[in-house]
Write a protein that binds this ligand. Structure first.
Ligand code: KG4
Ligand code: ZN
Length: 387
């Protein structure tokens, strides 16, 4: 089947068209079109993501991105098509710029050969999520193509089914139970899946997400948003210089008898160390390195405990923070050394951060498992959980 997918949960606006073949056991995917606009430059000025600004940008970008994804897929056929403009205007009342662009493009092209529209409905920023949902509803109304509501975090897990994930023991690709370490700007959780679409959250952060901690510590060190890649670059400089460092940060909750996390104390510890200090470049690098070490130690330790206690056969590490090379390597070393029978899957770096292709795959999973959420009361769910 061919799935059009829409992602607007945070600061990436993305549209993709994915062709799926085979079954969930041995799927085959071809990305026919993929268009993404990152709002990072826009939010950087404010040091973080502003929901209403994100909403405005999604509103402006969706039609150009749809157009470019359809072009790439060779699915644009110029042809005057009758559509009910009043209905579109009503569905997109809160997104007038999108309505206007919609009514310029859609009546000039033929309905594309698409079987389903997958759209993220949570978790994320509600004003941002609504734009994607209303866009999907408008397309559904004019093209009569079914909608598959998708959980963004299931999308991150699904991202490893795409080409070129980083793997250890990839045969067979997925065996259940599957453990997922989901690390992003809004989430830090350990999730156990007994099968696809059947999730149990073993533990989660009690305060800040790990990506949020990277972003906040970056700000304390005077680095721009998003902080993850910035911290990671500085930390690497310190490691490459092989300096002895005497900074010691806490590893919060590393040894607790549960699967929960806490990162706000780690950030506060950095705050106390940098407060009223003018750090040299080398001191900043060393601080970044100790912070990255501390966050990594906690993630590795809790994941190890979860692998041990659940007997999971597959470990997936996904979400924006899984783009971090040091974290990827540390988890790889742990699995290789202590769980040689477990297959490890981490999406390739460009699919670690938010994108629409992973949303299409999660839509495919829902279709195949017969667990498509009802669209009768489809609405943005900022705190949507996986289980
Ligand atoms: O999954 P994602 O793109 O968006 C959310 O759903 O939150 O994750 C974004 C988060 C940000 O906090 C960003 O700083 C972090 O992922 N991130 C990184 C790296 N690249 C992105 N964190 C650590 N190291 C990186 N290389
Ligand atoms: Zn994400």
């Amino acid at each position: 089947m061919k799935i059009l997918s829409i992602e607007t949960s945070c600061d990436e606006t993305a549209v993709s068209i994915l062709e799926t073949n085979g079954t969930l056991e041995s799927p085959n995917f071809t990305v026919l079109g993929n268009a993404l606009f990152s709002q990072i430059e826009i939010h950087r000025e404010y040091g973080g993501v502003y929901p209403n600004l994100a909403k405005r940008e999604h509103t402006k970008n969706l039609i150009p991105l749809l157009n470019s994804a359809l072009q790439e897929a060779g699915m644009i056929q110029a042809n005057a098509t009758d559509i009910d403009a009043d209905m579109v205007t009503e569905i997109l009342t809160r997104e007038p710029i999108l309505a206007e662009q919609f009514l310029e493009l859609i009546p000039t092209i033929e309905k594309p050969d698409i079987d389903a529209i997958a759209v993220t409905y949570g978790p994320g920023l509600e004003p941002a999520l609504w734009v994607g949902i209303n866009f999907a509803r408008a397309l559904h109304a004019v093209w009569d193509i079914p909608i598959i509501p998708v959980n963004h975090m299931e999308g991150h897990i699904a991202s490893v089914l795409l080409s070129n994930p980083e793997t250890l023991n990839p045969e067979p690709l997925i065996q259940f139970p599957l453990l997922a370490l989901l690390i992003s700007g809004g989430h830090t959780e350990l999730v156990l899946a007994k099968k696809w679409s059947d999730y149990e959250i073993l533990g989660r952060t009690r305060d800040d997400a790990v990506g949020e901690a990277f972003d906040k510590v970056a700000r304390l060190l005077g680095l721009p948003y998003p902080g993850g890649p910035e911290i990671s670059n500085l930390a690497k400089m310190s490691r490459d210089a092989n300096r002895d460092i005497d900074i010691k940060l806490p590893r919060p909750m590393m040894k607790t008898d549960d699967f929960d996390f806490s990162f706000s104390g780690l950030k506060t510890a950095v705050l106390y160390k940098v407060k009223d200090e003018n750090l040299t470049d080398e001191e900043k690098q060393d601080m970044a390195r100790e912070f990255e070490d501390a966050a990594t130690d906690v993630l590795v330790e809790k994941t190890k405990k979860a692998l041990r206690e659940t007997g999971a056969q597959t470990l997936v590490v996904a979400g924006g923070v899984s783009a971090n090379t040091y974290i990827r390597n540390s988890i790889k070393n742990m699995v290789e050394g202590e769980f040689p029978e477990v297959s490890l899957l981490i999406p390739e770096i460009k699919l670690s951060t938010d994108n629409a292709v992973m949303i299409a795959i999660a839509g495919f999973i829902r279709k195949e498992t017969g667990t498509i959420p009802s669209i009768d009361d489809l609405s943005a769910e900022g705190n949507l959980a996986l289980s």
